[in-house]
Design a protein around this ligand. Structure first.
Ligand SMILES: Cc1cc2nc3c(=O)[nH]c(=O)nc-3n(C[C@H](O)[C@H](O)[C@H](O)COP(=O)(O)O)c2cc1C
Length: 355
């Protein structure tokens, strides 16, 4: 596809139709994002768990490493759930043995369970990234207009055609189509409904067919052939996350890296870490907690944070959220700039035969 025909390449002057997923919770570093942007892709900073001052600092650090376009990603704010005493007691009981094993005290379960979105948004806006992407639903037009005034491209996330139509209606510029194969949190608008579970192929096709805005395909794409496949489906770019988790520049912890290359790795979706559905490598916490009390998002996320943190400090992957997509068998370990170059090379040479 010619650069001029592709709205995403044209808007940002990218070398190829490749976006690095925002990878909140550790892997997302200024070094990783700048390496991808410097190599001609679009690096996305996953800053949903960062306080406003950190957001400013991290973006400035990234800007010092690249003069190329970058994206910043946040989570659409969730309603603060009201928890009953029963829910709280059961949640404490469900995790008691893990806290004993890890030597961490039971934390207080007090709202708010997430950072103030408006302050995060202001911090992002003050740094004017070229692209602002978000997940978990819609943002009201005030936010979209504010971005537009500042020449920031807005990009939402959808997991169904219905969500995609609503997202387009909200006035965003681009849309990520996130298939069930994807690693990390599912972008489903509702945090409580069942997973619609739609695969990337039918999702991209139905969105491209029904929407006017450019669609970016995400979920299980690991190489140039995968990128070519989603371009053939009509996507304007591919967004890859898992493929970059082993890059030297990624902030992926040691036990997480070990799990990503372990034998018998298996991905599953779960709510046990945050209360929202997410795909990751199955581990002990995922298996044992599946039938226990799980608080609604984002309370469960705040409640399990100490367990995950201590698990990482001890070098144990048993209690970590090991986000990974279904493409894990194709993961490669190389520097991020090299991986982008390899992907672009594969993209050039990927062909198919019909007879
Ligand atoms: C470790 C990890 C963290 C993620 N964090 C975010 C995030 O902060 N915001 C977001 O919109 N998507 C996030 N995602 C989902 C990605 O946007 C994207 O849908 C996914 O990486 C695509 O699937 P793949 O990992 O199989 O390439 C994350 C994915 C992973 C693997």
């Amino acid at each position: 596809m010619l650069a001029l025909e592709n709205p995403i390449l044209k808007a940002l002057g990218l070398k190829g139709p490749l976006i690095l997923s925002p990878l909140a919770g550790g892997p997302s570093t200024p070094e990783l994002i700048s390496a991808v942007s410097n190599a001609g892709g679009l690096g996305s900073l996953g800053l949903a768990y960062e306080a406003p001052e950190q957001i400013v600092q991290i973006i400035q650090k990234t800007r010092s490493l690249t003069s190329k376009p970058i994206a910043v990603n946040l989570f659409v704010p969730a309603k603060t759930p009201e928890l009953s005493a029963d829910q709280i007691n059961l949640a404490i009981e469900a995790t008691k043995k893990y806290r004993e094993e890890l030597g961490v005290p039971t934390p207080k379960i007090d709202p708010p369970y997430a950072l103030d979105f408006d302050l995060q948004f202001e911090a992002m806006l003050s740094q004017k990234p070229e692209v602002f992407s978000f997940t978990f639903g819609l943002l009201s037009s005030d936010y979209i207009q504010e971005c537009r005034k500042n020449r920031i491209i807005t990009c939402g996330t959808a997991t169904t055609l219905e969500e995609g139509l609503q997202a387009q209606e909200s006035g965003i510029d681009w849309l990520v189509a996130q298939g069930i194969e994807a690693g990390g949190h599912r972008g489903i608008f509702s945090s409580t409904e069942e997973d619609p579970g739609i695969g990337l192929f039918p999702l991209v096709r139905s969105l491209v067919h029904n929407l006017k805005i450019p669609v970016i395909a995400a979920g299980g794409i690991m190489d140039g052939a995968g990128i070519v496949a989603v371009l053939a489906l009509g996507a304007s770019a591919a967004q890859l996350g898992t493929a970059f988790l082993l890059c030297e520049e990624a902030g992926t912890s040691k036990p997480y890296r070990e799990a990503l290359v372990s034998k018998n790795r298996k991905t599953k979706t779960t709510r046990v870490f945050s209360g929202r559905i997410a795909r990751g490598l199955e581990n002990r916490f995922m298996k044992e907690m599946e039938t226990r009390q799980i608080l609604p998002f984002p309370a469960q996320n705040a409640f399990t944070r100490d367990i995950r943190k201590r698990s990482a400090e001890l070098g144990k992957s048993d209690f970590l959220s090991l986000w990974s997509g279904q493409g894990i068998e194709l993961i490669r370990e190389m520097k991020a700039g090299e991986l982008v170059a390899v992907l672009f090379e594969e993209l050039k040479t990927a062909t198919y035969r019909v007879s």
